[in-house]
Design a protein around this ligand. Structure first.
Ligand code: ZN
Length: 430
């Protein structure tokens, strides 16, 4: 059935009618402390929410061996989450339109020191248009929008005319293995939409990301004999210097990558964590740094990892201490390649139309220099992978928040997108 102007207006109003409940649901998601490895109960909550709505459901564990065999799989480490992946499935009696995956991740990055937040990061707080809390924007608002966009159709007696999968994954912030697992499980559709906080724009291109750990160990001595000792923390600093030079070399190649040429600094190396030493008056005999670096789309993750190893090995050979104590480099997280959403797909045109109907402005696209799960669908399913979501502030920082009026606009655009892409029909009677 074609979407009439009346139905369009009804969908807009229906999102509005459900919005108070949607905000409450989003706040409940923020209340789960779903740090890496602690997402079991939030996944249970989503599983129940999908069951309450009558969706068929699938809940499964990640398969470390299948992930290890896949080129986009990241290494399994001690801190890898073992929370299940949850999928809700809408299957119409007869399949008419184009199928769709609505995906979100419910793992969040650590909140950091509580004192840096104006209020408890795991208690949703609303002030004016903003909902504050760790994960409010990245991406619990999007997870709720996936469910409530479909609820909005149902409230007016409509449902998608084709199969829709609602995927709730984990490990988006550390490996991307959760999204990869949905692919390995066999889920396929004609398009995917992931409502990450993208400021009401569509992601055109996105870097890949690698995680690695560099460990240095040396000989401990008393500080008064420091000349004879070797300071592992100092050595780690020198290695960071070598990595900064690699980062500069990669950034200097941005002109070779059309979507990245206009960014100031597309390749960011982050030394995100450091530990080492035992005591202020002993020369430290060990130090470890955890690092994250981006790679351009089209760059092979394995080749980039080799370049990092070579860079550190070459620097170490010329360093008096490191040449005798070469650093140990371990790749222990993201091993992900970037992607480009090629312009001109039908899915993008339909999203553009829905966005204009909901928000009244043309849909803009942009390039992001960070990891996104969309890469799994773009690279391995080879389907249009749309990353598009609400306005936010301070994601991964302190006082993270999402604009609630923007969430409502995005949910409206999503409901209209689903209606145009999948088609709609009256709800099947049981
Ligand atoms: Zn995210």
């Amino acid at each position: 059935m074609t979407l009439t102007a009346q139905m369009r207006d009804d969908i807009v109003r229906s999102v509005e009618d459900g919005f108070a409940a949607q905000v409450e649901f989003t706040g409940a998601l923020v209340g789960f402390r779903s740090n890496r490895g602690e997402e079991h109960t939030i996944q249970d909550f989503i599983y129940r929410a999908l069951g309450d709505r009558g969706y068929a459901r699938d809940r499964f564990a990640m398969d470390p061996e299948a992930i290890a065999r896949h080129p986009g799989g990241a290494p399994w480490s001690d801190t890898h989450s073992e929370a299940p992946i949850v999928v809700g499935i809408h299957r119409p009696r007869a399949e008419a339109g184009r199928s769709l995956i609505l995906q979100s991740h419910l793992d969040v990055v650590p909140a950091g020191p509580r004192a840096m937040w104006a209020s408890d990061p795991y208690v949703a707080r609303i002030e004016g248009d903003w909902m504050f809390g760790r994960g409010a924007a990245d991406m619990k608002a999007g997870a709720a929008a996936n469910i409530f966009a479909l609820d909005a159709l149902r409230r007016i007696g409509l449902e998608p005319a084709s199969t829709v999968y609602i995927q709730s994954v984990v490990e988006e912030e550390s490996t991307g293995n959760g999204a990869l697992m949905t692919h390995l499980r066999g889920y396929q559709a004609d398009a995917v939409l992931i409502p990450e906080p993208e400021d009401e724009m569509l992601v055109r291109a996105n870097t890949g990301v690698l995680w690695f750990r560099v460990e240095v160990s040396g000989l401990p001595v008393h500080v008064r004999e420091m000349g004879s000792g070797t300071n592992a923390i100092d050595a780690a600093y020198r290695l960071v210097g070598a990595l900064r030079e690699l980062e500069a070399r990669w950034n200097a190649k941005k002109a070779d990558h059309p979507h990245f040429a206009d960014l100031d600094h597309p390749i960011n190396l982050n030394v995100g964590r450091i530990e080492g030493g035992d005591w202020a008056s002993s020369v430290p005999c060990w130090c470890a740094i955890d690092c994250r670096i981006a790679i351009y789309p089209g760059t092979d993750a394995g080749a980039a990892a080799s370049e990092i190893r070579d860079c550190l090995a070459q620097f170490s050979r010329a360093d008096p201490y490191l040449s005798n104590n070469p650093p140990v480099v371990t790749f222990d997280g993201f091993h992900a390649e970037g992607y480009v959403l090629e312009a001109g797909s039908e899915a993008e045109a339909v999203l553009g139309r829905a966005h204009e109907e909901a928000i009244g402005t043309p849909l803009q696209s942009f390039t992001t220099p960070g990891y996104l799960d969309t890469r799994v669908y773009a690279l391995y399913d080879r389907i249009p992978a749309l990353c598009y979501g609400p306005i936010s502030r301070n994601i991964h920082g302190f006082d993270e928040c999402v604009s609630l009026s923007s969430v409502q606009r995005i949910t409206t655009a999503m409901a209209l997108f689903i209606a145009h892409w999948c088609g709609v029909k009256p709800i099947d009677k049981a």
